[in-house]
Write a protein that binds this ligand. Sequence first.
Ligand SMILES: [Zn+2]
Length: 98
Amino acid sequence: MGVPVEQHVMEHRGTLPSGAQEWKCPTCGRHFIVNWPPRYQQLVLEEGDANAAHVGSRGDVRLDGVDVAPAPSPQAEDAWRSWLAENGMTWDDDGQVA
Ligand SMILES: [Zn+2]
């Protein structure tokens, strides 16, 4: 404690059909996909600055009564899809992974 830590604000880039979210840091390039609990999983595509404190922001997502669902990048979707396959999970269009 007491040591200043650089703080980076992550940007929400999109949401995959499974519900997993793509996040990217515009400052250092940290790039990952996260699936929230109850099945918490994180896939790091780009390490970025591991010493910085990363905080999420939804400031770029407008929720004016419209369900905004920005599309994830093809890179993120491919990475997530192959990660699921490597872990014995199949892509399910219903979003229901038993
Ligand atoms: Zn960063």
